[in-house]
Design a protein around this ligand. Structure first.
Ligand SMILES: [Zn+2]
Length: 263
């Protein structure tokens, strides 16, 4: 299984794209979040991902930096459906309120593209601890109990023995969801050493240090940090890794946009 980070930044970054990524196996894709707009199409193109090969989409929550790209996907899915390029349905998973927002906004924005809804784009409302299969692997969604807005994460069994845990964009509160985690995907708004500058707690976020402390406490072997500030992207990997390393003995990934992680 391959993880390509399409975006790695927080809500209002301008030097990278908002956090979203794809999991890939056998040229089929599972897209997690869509970023804040039309740049999702650029990111997919630059990662060489054919939109028609996306089999499933998950939207963690209805904040603009995660949901707005979906309307560009619907625009394209609608067009490709009319062209006969999409034959099998794409499944969109999210919690019911988020799906309702996507439907409501789509009805305001689109006319002929609406014909793909319920046909080539199928909405799948999920509930806490619900299990499904995506790309033939078991996934269990969970309510992250986020403070700002209803948000879901998931545990994805990307092979028989390994689990990727995605926590959305707030600090993990349900530690019991990570008992078998191989890779923890956790937000890190900034460095702990820069918390006075960026004030992550004010935005409901954590730091690289805090995320890595959590991974150490839970004995998780790998952590992927994302949803960061973007004032020093060229040194971000080095600085975040260095800070995390001081408290964490596992592997630290601080991907740049379009970076690929082999799980
Ligand atoms: Zn966010």
């Amino acid at each position: 299984m391959k993880c390509t980070m399409l975006g790695t930044g927080h809500a209002i970054v301008t030097h990278c794209y908002n956090t979203c990524f794809v999991l890939e196996e056998d040229h089929e894709y599972f897209l997690v979040d869509t970023g804040g707009g039309g740049q999702i199409l650029t990111q997919l193109e630059q990662a060489n991902i054919d939109l028609c090969s996306i089999k499933a989409v998950f939207i963690s929550h209805a904040h603009t930096d995660h949901i707005m790209g979906v309307f560009w996907l619907i625009r394209m899915i609608g067009m490709y459906t009319m062209m006969g390029k999409i034959k099998e349905p794409i499944y969109l998973y999210s919690h019911p309120e988020c799906i309702q927002k996507i439907i409501n906004i789509s009805k305001e924005l689109f006319t002929k593209e609406l014909s793909c809804l319920g046909k080539t784009l199928l909405f799948c409302p999920i509930s806490d601890l619900e299990e499904r299969k995506i790309l033939n692997h078991r996934i269990q969604f969970f309510d992250t109990q986020a403070k700002k807005i209803a948000q879901f994460g998931f545990n994805y069994e990307y092979d028989d023995e390994h689990i990727l845990t995605f926590c959305g964009d707030e600090p993990l509160s349900r530690e019991n969801m990570c008992t078998s985690t191989t890779y923890l995907m956790h937000e890190a708004f900034c460095l702990y050493s820069q918390k006075e500058t960026f004030k992550p707690e004010r935005a409901g976020h954590s730091t690289a240090l805090q995320a890595c402390q959590l991974a150490e406490k839970l004995h998780i072997p790998n952590i992927i940090l994302y949803h960061t500030e973007d004032t020093d992207i060229s040194n971000r990997k080095m600085k975040y890794t260095l800070e995390g390393r001081s408290v964490y003995s596992g592997n630290i990934f601080v991907p740049d946009d379009l970076e690929v992680i082999e799980l």
